[in-house]
Ligand binder design. Sequence first.
Ligand SMILES: N[C@@H](CCC(=O)N[C@@H](CS)C(=O)NCC(=O)O)C(=O)O
Length: 296
Amino acid sequence: MDGLVFTPSAAPHATRAPCAVHAALHGTPSVRPGAGGAAFGAVSGLVAALVASQMAKPRSVRPRRVKHVCMAVPTEKPMRTTVFTKAALDGVSPGDCPFTHGVLMALKLKGVDYDVVACSPTTKPPWLLQEVGGQMPCVVHQGVAHVESGKILKWIDQTFPGPTLAVPSDFEELVSRAGLFAAIAEYTKNTDSSKDADLLVTLQMALTRFRMHLFSLPIGTQYACGNALTLADCELLPALYVLQNATAPLKGWSLNNLPESDEIRQYYNRASTLPAFAQTCYPPNVALQGWTAARS
Ligand SMILES: N[C@@H](CCC(=O)N[C@@H](CS)C(=O)NCC(=O)O)C(=O)O
């Protein structure tokens, strides 16, 4: 599947503050022992500081559309490894699905050659409905249909050769504890302006938990669990892509409201230059259309 090429902003790599708050996320000793004790207590203070420091200075990683290949929905289960995903509003091209995005990232990282088929509610093939209740993303490989992105990601890592994408045991709960996608989704979907402030604080708390995790890593660490992408990045980066491309236009808030030196902003800028991320993105306008539809 051909995707997008990104023009990255030239963000310098992180210079990490010498603090350790790993325990807040993992309940285990920090990489830098001695500074992690009051981590969760510090969250609200950090959020307050962040709120105060938010200055709307849009500076985005701008995707440049190059080429997009859409396959017609085959009636039979395909022989080639194929990812079935939600269609965009046009009914035929890949839609906004962060779960699919993560799955495609993992397949790319493993070097798997795959096809993508976008299905609308009315074009799902009979076998997809019968075998997996129409759930998507669905990866068909050697005649077997795999669903539920969390399970698919682990299956990809265990099935295909290539670099391990396993999340180190210390960080197993990183994604679920940070709660980033849920917080981004709730805030982005909300149309009741009286709830916006609370939802934004919840989102900032989630970002702060992830930021504290990044702080806890050795200085110079590139990604969420080390210097190579793992399944954790395959979940976190697609969530941040929603923040940057749907939340930003709908709510006027994104990572661009944070200082350029912000750890998460730098992490996102760094990772979004990688082919495994940039070549598996759905277009930004599809993100906006999808989340606009989710609000109505
Ligand atoms: N828990 C599922 C959630 C998947 C999901 O929400 N998929 C949505 C798009 S993001 C979808 O495909 N909706 C269209 C449909 O089901 O027809 C997973 O992790 O795979």
